[in-house]
Design a binder for this molecule. Structure first.
Ligand code: HT7
Ligand code: ZN
Length: 844
């Protein structure tokens, strides 16, 4: 496999003026007829004509009407062409029914659909499949499906055919086609300039009852992008289609978003509050791509974070506006630490803008997405809200219709603010999570904070330079009053001091407020100070952070056999739960212990080799202690969380249910699951039903409930996914692998469906003590299934290898077993370049 380098970028030899495609649909032999007008690119360095193409059977090709015989390779074709504008026509045959990789044109549940990002269009026809070639498309679809859709506006239809025209030039990765027996929820939206846009949310028959929430989320997103960024929708129709076999969450194809059913379909009976929240965010994310991704796209895939980091940031802003800003920030940071910090501190660490890749699908990562969004958040903090909005206006103005780079993006900010952002640019180019170490001093009314920064070595990158890090700081006096409100310190040096003058007493610092930078900050802090901040900090993120840090101190002490601050932690938790002014959602978050994987990384950073079983035992012990310590508070508080109104997936009700379930989890430690059984028996929504089921599994009394759950939901694939997952995630460590193995033989298990595969094997990776079983059975099972899945769906197989990315943390025996498992995958005959690249990078 070939490595692609950013430094090798050259402009395309030919540009495309317009594209006409005709699809003659047939499950195993679809014909695709293309008519493409090419023009020489005046900026090109060569005149070599190359079209990407993979797994295509070429039937015929002509140039300006004359038959040609191109030279065909595995990657595409070359052909002698005129050094002037010309029309290329080709007919190819493809096999959607045999396409299990779910990239290109494939079939799901009898329906045709496409996935072209990043490089799937080349499996549909010969084309310059690179994002800097943008063109308007007209698409005619011929077939017997009742509904046949493509990008843009409908421009004609008749018996057995439909035509769609997308006037906005787009790269091929945004192409989409869907055909099948679909039903739509229809609605409309009047844009800020008074234009009416038709909205359609398509599903297969039987799922139409799950589309109301998605449609509302879409309308909210459209309004929000107008109000906050002045961005208006630009076609007559916007459509979403739900597909059950889909590699990721959703895809922002121009005017025709395609969604994994799990990312759009929802009902109170079948979806949890977390599902609703995720769906709202993904619908917003894909819609926001219309401007940040589609109207302005990426020049090449090294610029992926240009669209993804910015769009994640925009969807985070949207969620903060729709729900609780504090709670959503905490959730975003938990996700960042859980996925991106894990990635950044292991063998897969890479830059937000990588310099090279083998398989671009392996770079749709938490670093490109979530760290990319944090970089944008820092940029906004540095320039301020007004310049942020001015810069975005300039970005949309200057680059509309273009394929851009991250440097273009930064230049917009430099031009808007007059600031030199060359040091800030390091956030895109230096991998690894910076470590900040803070010390302080107080003398004669002046409080001094000294901040040291250091970014660790990562694969292929050593000797990192100091970065520009915005550290938001506030100071509290010992009474809990804020004496210095939030101020953003710009750390630019390896070591730097900041003085605060005129203080009457030594203050308590609240550092990195709102998690103002994606760093690991350490400062010697007493348990009392953490408890004080948990009680008094005016910054809600740091209030939560103080509790979490205390819990981590308790857990790491337990694992390493030291005395930990149990008492201050449990007392502070009790005080928070009693605080009537605190939001239930916030209390629920504070009650959640740090994850076992987080503790493993913390121990590793402190020089220990983490023992997954001991970590699990410590977490269980602390839960038991919390249950006992809080037992007087729990019943009353749980009763206060009952909701009399009809179910609504809004922030208020979700917060109450989250707290109720957090308390139920503790109660289960005291009553062996009696109350969980009662809650489960009467639950009329999936949040309480699934939450109580998890408690029952942990209490070892879920057999009947699991059987009943399966019987009730066996025809609902998304709920059945939950049934698979919950049994593994909540399994006792000693049982997790055998349960996953048994479930992989269940008649409802289907490795071809990515949701189902993740429901079992993604879940196993989420049970760290189970996956890391000392006998290596978790590793063997995971490796065996990755190797089996690889020829069927290399993208998903490659992603699943990340279960092993933390292998260097563990003891010698585990390391050796993981190495063996990875080497076994690497030896699989015909292994895809997707999985091959991942295994090689993980092994290092
Ligand atoms: N831009 C999309 C990324 C993507 C994708 C989506 C579905 C299936 C395969 C995919 N490969 C890449 C999704 C997004 O970030 O919005
Ligand atoms: Zn995206």
């Amino acid at each position: 496999p070939q490595t692609i380098f950013l430094a090798d970028y050259t402009p395309p030899a030919y540009l495309v003026e317009d594209v006409h495609l005709t699809f003659r649909l047939a499950p195993s032999a679809t014909r695709v007829i293309s008519r493409i007008r090419f023009v020489p690119n005046p900026d090109a360095k060569s005149r070599d004509f190359f079209l990407h193409g993979q797994e295509l059977t070429l039937i015929r090709a002509t140039i300006d009407g004359a038959e040609v015989t191109p030279e065909i390779t595995e990657a595409g074709l070359t052909c002698a062409v005129p050094d002037a504008p010309f029309t290329w026509e080709a007919e190819v045959e493809i096999d959607p029914a045999g396409n299990t990789a779910l990239e290109g044109l494939y079939m799901s549940n009898g329906m045709y659909c496409t996935q072209c990002e990043a490089e799937g269009f080349r499996k549909i026809t010969y084309y310059p499949d690179r994002p800097d070639v943008m063109a308007p498309f007209t698409v005619r679809i011929e077939g017997d499906a009742p509904v046949m859709l493509s990008n843009g506006n409908p421009t004609g239809e008749g018996r057995g055919w439909a035509e769609w025209t997308d006037p906005w030039p787009k790269p091929a990765y945004l192409f989409a086609l869907v055909a099948g027996d679909l039903v739509a929820r229809e609605d409309s939206f009047v844009t800020m300039s008074g234009k009416e846009v038709a909205l359609r949310l398509w599903t297969r028959r039987g799922d139409e009852g799950k589309t109301a929430f998605g449609m509302e989320a879409l309308k909210k997103s459209m309004r929000w992008d107008e109000e906050v960024y002045g961005r208006e929708y630009d076609l007559d129709i916007f459509q979403i289609v739900a597909v059950s076999d889909f590699n990721m969450g959703a895809m922002e194809n121009k005017g025709l978003n395609i969604f994994n059913t799990s990312a759009v379909l929802a009902s109170p009976e079948t979806s949890t509050d977390a599902n609703f929240e995720r769906i709202e965010a993904i619908i917003a994310h894909e819609y926001f791509h219309n401007w940040t991704g589609n109207r302005i796209t990426c020049r090449d895939w090294f610029q992926l974070s240009l669209k993804e980091g910015l769009t994640v940031f925009r969807d985070q802003q949207f969620t903060a506006d729709m729900r609780s800003a504090a709670v959503s920030r905490i959730e975003d940071v938990m996700a960042l630490r859980g996925r991106q910090f894990r990635e950044d501190n292991g063998p897969l660490a890479h830059q937000v803008q990588p310099d090279s890749f083998v398989e671009i699908n392996n770079f749709y990562t938490a670093t490109v997405y979530e760290k990319g969004a944090e970089v944008i958040r820092m940029l906004k903090a540095l320039v301020g809200d007004d310049d942020w909005r001015r810069a975005l206006d300039l970005y949309f103005d200057r680059h509309d219709g273009q394929a851009c780079t991250i440097d273009d993006w930064l230049k917009v900010f430099e031009d808007t603010t007059g600031r030199d952002l060359s040091q800030f640019r390091l956030w895109y180019k230096q991998a690894g999570t910076p470590r900040l170490t803070v010390t302080d001093d107080f003398a004669e009314g002046t409080y001094t904070l000294t901040i040291k920064q250091q970014t660790p070595d990562t694969p292929g990158q050593t000797d990192k330079k100091p970065m520009l890090i915005p550290v938001a700081v506030g100071l509290l006096n010992p009474n809990g009053d804020e004496v210095v409100p939030t101020r953003v310190l710009e750390v630019t040096e390896a070591e730097q001091s900041f003085a605060f003058e005129g203080l009457a007493a030594k203050p308590i610092p609240s550092l990195l407020r709102g998690f103002s930078a994606p760093v690991i900050l350490t400062r010697d802090t007493s348990a009392e100070e953490r408890a004080f901040l948990l009680a008094h900090d005016t910054d809600p993120f740091n209030r939560w952070e103080a509790g979490r840090a205390l819990a981590k101190d308790v857990l790491t002490a337990k694992v390493t056999g030291r005395d930990g601050p149990e008492r201050p932690y449990l007392d502070a938790l009790a005080a928070l739960l009693r605080d009537e002014g605190a939001d239930p959602a916030f209390k629920a978050l504070a009650l959640r212990q740090p994850g076992e994987d987080d503790i493993a990384q913390t121990l590793f950073d402190a020089g220990h080799s983490p023992d997954p079983d001991r970590i699990h035992d410590a977490a269980e012990t602390l839960k038991q202690q919390a249950a006992e310590h809080l037992q007087d508070i729990i019943p009353r508080l749980a009763a206060e969380m009952t909701i009399d109104a009809p179910y609504a997936p809004d922030a208020e009700q979700s917060g109450k249910r989250a707290l109720r379930l957090g308390l139920l989890d503790l109660t289960t430690r005291l009553d062996g699951g009696a109350e969980a059984e009662a809650v489960h028996a009467v639950a009329d929504n999936m949040t309480l039903s699934l939450g109580s089921l998890g408690c029952l599994i942990e209490a070892g009394r879920a057999e009947a409930a699991l059987a009943a759950f399966h019987a009730r939901w066996q025809d609902d694939a998304l709920v059945l996914d939950k049934w698979f997952t919950t049994q593994i995630v909540h399994a006792a460590p000693g049982d997790a692998v055998s349960i996953a193995e048994r479930l992989s033989r269940h008649p409802d298990f289907n490795m071809k469906n990515p949701n189902r595969f993740r429901a079992v094997f993604g879940a196993l990776a989420m049970n760290p003590a189970g996956f890391h079983a000392a006998d290596g059975s978790g590793y063997r099972l995971m490796a065996e299934w990755i190797a089996r899945l690889d020829p069927v769906n290399p993208q998903i197989a490659a992603r699943m290898t990340t279960a092993f990315e933390t292998w260097r943390r563990y003891d010698g025996d585990r390391k050796q077993m993981i190495r063996g498992a990875l080497e076994g995958i690497a030896r699989t005959p015909g292994l895809s370049s997707d999985s091959g690249e991942m295994v090689a990078r993980i092994l290092g």
